[in-house]
Design a protein around this ligand. Structure first.
Ligand code: ASP
Length: 422
């Protein structure tokens, strides 16, 4: 059985066991809850997420350093950066506009009368000047220790450029990092084999906790977000892939199944990053120079799925509180939600926190977030899978336009497959 099938099996088994726990509604002190849910499943899920996260910082740093030192001249790096940011902004703007249109047509806020608010503490919106100043690390080790992705990206790029310009010593340093990159890729291949078990544990815990009642009450909102995500995944990305990169979307999605499943189970594009990077390079055929730059940047700043949720949620809250939004408000929402999805950290649930920024901008009550918090976990999982797919789509388009796409890898169904040992 290949890895994808095993992950799917783990997922199905986890959903089943989780639902059984939910139906059984054990007393919290019951041994099954204590030993299975709070014991084995919780430890297994946490270990799996940790095994992914442990690779993120070294991988992003080393892989990007190798990429930047090969793209030595400043012009190709500048061009690559410009194109990547433009595409990220474009796909996010499309996502949010579509979400707004869907929410206006379906009007989920007018169909949710008996929803009880839950408590929510709104975080203050980040200050834009501080965001810019924070791009450059004052201490690269601190940046790595804190896992500050944008700072790591900036440091790896400048160091990579310096390596490229350092002649003989630079070549020696580069060859060391290239070897290290190969070793790290091997590590991912080893750890990803744990995915079926990790996914099983995560799904069991999640499905034993899901509040289906809340989802039913907020059915219209939930389905509007799901529809938006499905359209973006099923229409926008395939159109971009076939027109701009001349790639078969079906083949692309088949190869993307592993990162999409891991993103769904962990609800964190940050934790999924090692799997995404490996897939994009070794299964899809994007050159390391492009992938190592576009994917970590995308995991941090490009969140189309999150933008879709924020668009629908804003209209939902406006309708719920009977606030009429005008054209300028919608433009403001597109702008701030695009910015907010850039500012959203790639961890579970942060999209909701950043929604506070969008709501404040258009003068809507931030307490509105309390209405939708109960159904957010499942939506978070789905939107994270879209976020990750968006990054890979842009990476493929950029690689194609730069002549750094390997069609042989893309066309080979076996390329980069994880084979089970033993
Ligand atoms: N969980 C999302 C991610 O990591 C972010 C969010 O929308 O909350 O991509």
């Amino acid at each position: 059985m290949n890895l994808t099938s095993r992950i799917l099996l783990g997922m199905g088994g986890g959903v089943l066991l989780g639902v059984l726990f939910k139906v059984a509604a054990f007393d919290p002190s019951h041994w099954a809850v204590d030993f299975v849910l709070n014991g084995v499943m919780s430890v297994g899920g946490t270990l799996f997420i940790a095994s992914l996260k442990v690779m993120v910082v070294p991988l992003v740093f080393v892989s990007l350093l190798c990429g930047a030192s090969s793209l030595s001249d400043g012009t190709s790096l500048g061009r690559l950066g410009g194109k990547t940011l433009a595409l990220y902004l474009l796909t996010t703007a499309i996502a949010i506009s579509m979400a707004l249109a869907l929410a206006l047509i379906i009007a989920p806020g007018e169909r949710a009368s008996d929803v009880a608010p839950m408590s929510f503490d709104a975080a203050p919106a980040p200050d834009l000047t501080q965001v810019i100043v924070d791009l450059v690390p004052t201490n690269p080790v601190a940046a790595m220790a804190e896992g500050n992705m944008l700072q790591i990206i900036v440091f790896a790029i400048i160091l990579g450029i310096a390596i490229a310009r350092s002649g003989e010593p630079g070549a020696r340093v580069k060859s060391f990092f290239e070897d290290l990159n190969g070793v790290l890729m091997k590590l991912i291949t080893m750890l990803i084999q744990l995915a079926p078990y990790g996914v099983f544990c995560l799904m069991t815990t999640l499905f034993s906790e899901i509040g289906w009642q809340d989802i039913l009450k907020l059915g219209a909102y939930f389905l509007t977000v799901v529809l938006g995500l499905a359209l973006h995944l099923g229409l926008v990305y395939p159109t971009l892939l076939s027109t701009l990169a001349r790639l078969s979307p079906i083949r692309f999605f088949t190869k993307m199944r592993e990162p999409m499943l891991v993103a769904f189970s962990t609800a964190s594009s940050g934790a999924t990053l090692p799997v995404t990077l490996r897939t994009v390079e070794h299964r899809i055929g994007v050159n390391n120079e492009v992938a190592s730059f576009v994917i970590p940047l995308g995991a941090t700043v490009n969140m189309d799925g999150t933008a879709i949720m924020q668009g629908v949620a804003t209209v939902f809250i406006a309708q719920f509180y009977n606030v009429d939004l005008v054209m300028t408000d919608y433009l403001m929402i597109v702008l701030t939600a695009t910015m907010a999805s850039i500012g959203t950290a790639a961890v579970p649930g942060v999209g909701l926190v950043m929604l506070a920024m969008v709501l404040t901008q258009v003068g809507l009550p931030v307490e509105g977030i309390m209405l939708i918090i109960g159904v957010d976990r499942l939506l978070d999982m789905m939107r994270t899978a879209v976020n990750v797919t968006g990054d890979a789509t842009v990476a493929a388009i950029i690689a194609r336009s730069e002549g750094r796409f390997d069609d042989r890898v893309f066309l080979d169904p076996e390329a980069g497959q994880v084979v089970q040992k033993g």
